[in-house]
Structure formats: C-alpha cells, structure tokens
Design a protein around this ligand. Sequence first.
Ligand SMILES: [Zn+2]
Length: 77
Amino acid sequence: MIFKCPGAANIRTPTIKIKKCPRCGGEVELFSIDMKADCPSCGQTVFNNISSCAQYCQYAEQCLGTETFQKFKQQGK
Ligand SMILES: [Zn+2]
C-alpha cells in the first residue's frame, strides 16, 4: 500500500466544485479531477485550477498511476 499524500487524495477522491463562469456569471459544476468544463448556460469553457502534486512530487507516478500522472503533468505546461 502506497502512502497517500494529501494532493493525491484530492485527485483520487473527486469532489464537486462550483466555479463561476467568466462570461455569463453562471454556475459551472466541476469535479476536482476535471481540468475544464463547459458552462451549461453559454458554453464558455471554464478551467479548473488544480494544484497537483503530480507537478513536483517524485512519487506521483506511483501514487496516482501512470495514466493519471501523465494527464496532470501535461496540464502544467
Ligand atoms: Zn457561462
């Protein structure tokens, strides 16, 4: 069993966040693992600001699994 760091826990256990659409001010539901979602009202893409341990943690790949790790690592570019 790999030690679960707080960053990975946030990714492994998705939570719903409500973001405000920058275009129309409507509410956009975003899971903590989603990088972006489209506003249901106007279609504007709203980005999620994930501060992910995948950006810096040397154990992130083992912790999250390669597929998820790559996904989050690419997001930082
Ligand atoms: Zn909108």
